[in-house]
Design a protein around this ligand. Structure first.
Ligand code: T3D
Length: 260
């Protein structure tokens, strides 16, 4: 069990909730280590088909715990820290073979925003706000923000956020495509788990290949993308899930996907 996060699992959906609400879920080494372990647990568990990442309290995640900078000023090996904690975590989240949803319950800053960006979906409650806070303490975007942000909202808006560290409010985030959905606070769980259940009922092999295909297509040329799509389609077309779904279509039934 975990000390700094809550881990719940039901109906094929794992929910990981950062749980240091008094700091808006600032990331300490202990929390980062647990988060890495939780994502591995989700990865290994064949019953889990979807990951929901969220925060307890009024914040989603405020990024690296700033106390760590204060305690050892100038002495911290920040490169080694990124290598050890953030990079494996972001890679694992991005490459997770199941869909991931950031259920954004409140403010998101710094590497906390990178975490949300590394997820496949972002569903936010009204009042959520987003800052590339790094520049405010003289740092630069890390943990994947320079990769994900321009891909999501374009270079111009990514620069605007990264250079100013300004707070982007919920409506602007929706308009910019930073989030997929904006819902009233009391509807956040309902909207998130509706999507999660939908994904959990989907064809797992295809969902994994779709994630990988879109990531590949976003950074390759058309001819390469066509080749990769073909490779993936061959794999998908061989699954039992594909065959039974075609059958279900003609029988006017809802397909049941088993991940084979
Ligand atoms: O180490 C490496 O590997 C490098 C990695 C670096 C990546 C990074 O993430 S750098 C960026 C770190 N994050 C920040 O700079 C954001 C700092 N926080 C804020 O700017 C603000 O707290 C927010 C904009 C997120 C929210 O503002 P507000 O006014 O709603 O809340 P608040 O009053 O500022 O915060 C509430 C409490 O949380 C407060 O504590 P208190 O006064 O009640 O005792 C505040 O100190 C604490 N808190 C918020 N963020 C952090 C934090 N404590 C530690 N670390 C934080 N990041």
């Amino acid at each position: 069990s975990y000390q700094w996060l809550e881990f719940e699992r039901s109906d094929g959906i794992a929910t990981v909730a950062l749980n240091r609400p008094e700091t808006l879920n600032a990331l300490t080494d202990e929390l980062l280590a647990e988060l890495g372990e939780a994502v591995k647990q989700v990865e290994r568990d064949r019953e889990v088909r979807v990951l929901v990442l969220t925060g307890r309290g009024r914040g989603f995640c405020s990024g690296q715990d700033l106390k760590s900078f204060q305690e050892t000023p100038g002495e911290r090996d920040i490169g080694a820290h990124l290598d050890r904690y953030y990079h494996p975590l972001i890679m694992k989240l991005h490459h997770l073979e199941k869909p991931t949803i950031a259920m954004v319950n409140g403010v998101v800053a710094g590497a906390g925003m990178s975490l949300a960006l590394a997820c496949d979906f972002r569903i936010a409650a009204e009042g959520a706000r987003f800052s590339q806070a790094f520049v405010r303490i003289g740092l630069v975007p890390d943990s994947g923000s320079t990769y994900f942000l321009p891909r999501l909202i374009g270079v111009s808006r990514a620069l605007e956020m990264a250079l100013t560290g300004k707070m982007v409010d919920d409506r602007t985030a929706l308009e910019w495509g930073l989030i997929n959905q904006l819902v009233p606070r009391e509807r956040l769980e309902e909207a998130t788990y509706e999507l999660a259940r939908n994904l959990a009922a989907g064809p797992p092999v295809a969902l994994d290949l779709i994630k990988r295909g879109i990531a590949y297509g976003a950074s390759h040329g058309l001819s390469e993308a066509l080749e990769r799509e073909k490779d993936f389609q061959i794999v998908a077309a061989r699954t039992e899930d594909h065959h039974s779904a075609v059958q279900a279509f003609f029988e006017k039934k809802t397909p049941i996907f088993r991940g084979r």
